[in-house]
Design a protein around this ligand. Structure first.
Ligand code: SAH
Length: 390
């Protein structure tokens, strides 16, 4: 199920609690042992089954023979001057994906990937330029959080958090393993809703009190706007929703976020309000990348305000992060502040995202592990798989 080409063993990081209980049962143990097993994996960050000493010895032996706790392996770690850290992780012999940890005074945010590359082709995003290779498995998605917790625990990351965050962590019931990561955002490489099948179980493990036990407000899924999947998500799980809007009208959004041609703004917003109603959510965060002379005029801000006013919406303005070969430039700071003030003046909640980790290409839209594009191209009735070295 979740085993990789390098190993025939089942990766326990890919199992939700019911699946773990069923598996433990299959191995002849009582399902409640799953709780103990999960405690070792998620609360104590233990990968070595033989060290899980409160599980019966023969059960451990059976388990170790067939299963393992396997996080993605690290190819490279980079640290930014501002404390941000980026890991390049191995997907297979030629493929990589990335995750980023962003320490702040009151939280530690881990930005994880859901796919190797991305198929959506947003014109301002570095990941899009790499093309799409494959979906990450549930174990690879959960494995990023597991790995980051372990890596950060053994480092100075907790010490770097501000006093309020540290105090909160000390008061928390958790032992060491989950300390540095307080928030998880699916804003790394890939479109999470295009990998629905693996992403939803991963979210369940992040929220489960036997898993990472993160509050649903501290787990954010960001989507470019796959409307049918937003409706499905509303039936499945309750996490914070962020939507990459980036334009106040369809003609511009068609250009920036091509999925808009299939699911235009009006439809997308309907789906967002539905999600909030279904899940009793507070609000949807709309991400809006600030592109100089493209989507940053006061008139566009007013148009955006008309779209969202009166709805449970927050707007997060993201200064564009450039990458080699891009045709866009970042809007000047005064333009961004003016845009924000137009929104605030019309009663909206609008903030500017502080750019982090720029010196190590870890900022939004700069993640681009090496990808071999396997985008499938249809030629008449024939389907052929093109492999392009990025
Ligand atoms: N595919 C998902 C999540 C990945 S990107 C989505 O589209 O929401 C996370 C955020 O970074 C998105 O809002 C994305 O539009 C934004 N982003 C992409 N490229 C960027 C860039 N070069 N500069 C700033 N933000 C960017």
């Amino acid at each position: 199920m979740q085993s990789s080409p390098q190993s025939e063993r089942l990766n326990l990081l890919g199992l939700t609690r019911p699946a773990l209980e069923a598996y433990v049962g299959e191995l002849g143990s009582k399902p409640f042992r799953a709780r103990q097993l999960a405690h070792w994996i998620y609360k104590r960050g233990e990968a070595r089954i033989e060290r899980m000493t409160d599980l019966a010895k023969d059960f451990r032996a059976r388990l170790a023979e067939r299963a393992e706790v396997r996080a993605p392996s690290i190819i490279e770690v980079q640290r930014s001057r501002d404390g941000t850290r980026k890991w390049k992780l191995r997907a297979d012999a030629t493929q990589a994906f990335e995750m980023v940890f962003i320490p702040e005074d009151d939280r530690g945010t881990l930005c994880i990937s859901s796919q190797v590359g991305c198929a959506l082709d947003c014109s301002f995003c570095a990941t899009a330029q790499q093309g799409f290779n494959r979906n990450l498995t549930t174990a690879e998605i959960v494995g990023q959080v597991w790995l980051a917790c372990r890596e950060l625990e053994s480092s100075d990351a907790v010490a770097r958090l501000g006093a309020p965050a540290r105090a909160g962590l000390e008061a928390a019931s958790h032992p060491a393993a989950t300390r540095a990561v307080t928030n998880v955002v699916l804003m790394g490489m890939g479109e999470p809703l295009a990998n629905f099948r693996n992403v939803v179980p991963a979210l369940r493990i992040l929220l489960d009190d036997c898993g990472f036990d993160l509050s649903r407000r501290r787990v954010t899924l960001s989507t470019s706007g796959l409307v049918p999947q937003i409706y499905r998500l509303a039936e499945e799980i309750n996490v914070a929703l962020a939507v990459s809007l980036h334009a106040p009208d369809d003609s511009l959004r068609n250009e920036l976020v091509p999925i808009n041609r299939k699911h235009p703004i009006a439809e997308l917003l309907e789906a967002c309000w539905h999600y909030i109603d279904e899940q009793n959510g507070r609000s949807v965060t709309f991400e809006y990348v600030m592109l100089d002379g493209v989507n940053d005029s006061p008139a566009q801000a007013r148009r955006l305000a008309r779209l969202l006013a009166g709805h449970p919406a927050k707007i997060n303005l993201i200064p564009f992060n450039p990458f080699p070969g891009t045709r866009y430039r970042r809007s000047p700071e005064r333009t961004i502040l003016r845009f924000r003030d137009e929104l605030i003046g019309r009663g909206l909640v609008a903030t500017v995202r502080r750019t982090r980790g720029e010196d190590i290409d870890a900022a939004c839209g700069q993640l681009a592990g090496r990808v071999i594009d396997r985008t499938t191209v249809r030629l008449g009735s024939r389907t052929l798989s093109v492999v392009v070295q990025a």
